[in-house]
Design a protein around this ligand. Structure first.
Ligand code: SAM
Length: 317
């Protein structure tokens, strides 16, 4: 049986939100964050006519999910790209519009569990953190080369870390002695710099710094900023998008992208919508939905989730 941490987050709600857009027709869904294929497997199981396009930047996720989804045969197409390439991936497979887009952001249990990839602060491992294995800058490169200002900025913005300046100073001091290679030394430094009193409310002293480094190394916010309009752009009328975010900057971007398209562009005070100026999407969730207490107890990874969903009701303006 799967470990509880491998259970897809808010699975029943995701299936429920997509159902009206997929039922009883040969629909197409893009799972932009395939991971271990949990959500995809359930969607394919629930809709026998569904074709699924699965994207992931991590080649290992593509390989493992490929095995898991193999029994669905030629209904599954997997592409190893970042999700901001969703429009090209869809077009390359011969589709112009799709009926569903799922984005389950962040890292997978697989990535967290693989010690040598350096995502988990609970294990001493090389400071790597690249989701697209082997390409680009590592977390160690960030720590060893960034200026004090840049380090403090990413820690404060991406990690919402109150002690960003103090941590950046300590990193610069330490790297003079010897460059950072492994997570253990960074965790030790964070224990020394983050005041013990703040742990009661802020959790593990390394949590926010590790999140910030991961977001920086993988350009996560830039990728999401580009992906949201691209994902909404490939959605046909009646199609639905569901996004699960795990930190507030991502959730804010999703909220703003949805709000912009849910607004009418007709001049204020007109009794009717001007053609081509009406809302493009309607929101399916009131604010962001959270996981139930029971789900968080069963699957702690669900604790920070914020789910937002929308349906395309008009052509792109
Ligand atoms: C939370 S996991 C998805 C889990 C999946 N829903 C499941 O049920 O197994 C997120 C996945 O998104 C991938 N990912 C993160 N950022 C990405 C990006 N910019 N483009 C494509 N994939 C990305 C990660 O590599 C990871 O495998």
């Amino acid at each position: 049986m799967d470990q509880p941490r491998h259970v897809p987050v808010l699975l029943d709600r995701v299936l429920e939100l997509f159902a009206p857009a997929l039922q009883g027709k040969p629909a197409v869904v893009v799972d932009t964050t395939l991971g271990m294929g949990g959500h995809s497997d359930a969607l394919l199981g629930a809709h026998p006519e569904l074709t699924l396009i699965g994207l992931d930047r991590d080649p290992q996720a593509i390989e493992m999910a490929g095995k898991r989804l193999a029994h669905h045969g030629d209904r599954v197409h997997l592409v190893n790209v970042t999700y901001d390439h969703i429009d090209e991936a869809v077009a390359d497979l011969g589709y112009s519009r799709v009926d569903g887009v799922l984005m389950d952001l962040g890292v997978s249990s697989l990535q967290l569990d693989e010690e040598e990839r350096g995502f988990a602060y609970s294990k001493d491992a090389p400071l790597d953190m690249r989701m697209s294995k082997g390409t680009g800058m590592t977390a160690a490169d960030v720590l060893n080369t960034y200026s004090h200002g840049d380090l403090a900025r990413i820690l404060s913005t991406y990690g919402e870390e109150r002690f960003a300046g103090k941590i950046a100073s300590a990193v610069l001091r330490e790297r003079e002695k010897e460059p950072f290679t492994n997570s253990g030394r960074l965790v030790e430094l964070l224990y020394a710099v983050v005041p013990a009193a703040s742990r009661r409310t802020g959790g593990h002293p390394a949590k926010r710094t590790f999140q910030a480094l991961r977001i920086e190394v993988n350009g996560e916010l830039e990728s999401l900023r580009l992906a949201l309009p691209a994902a909404l752009g490939v959605l046909g009328v009646g199609g639905r998008i569901v996004v699960e975010s795990y930190q507030s900057l991502e959730d804010r971007m999703v909220k703003q992208a949805f709000a912009e398209l849910a607004k009418s562009k007709s001049p204020l005070g007109l009794p009717v919508e001007l053609p081509g100026h009406g809302p493009e999407i309607k929101l399916l969730t009131k604010g962001a939905e959270l996981a139930s207490e029971q789900e968080v107890e069963d699957n702690p990874r669900a604790a920070p989730v914020r789910l937002r969903a929308a349906e395309r009701i008009g052509e792109p303006r």
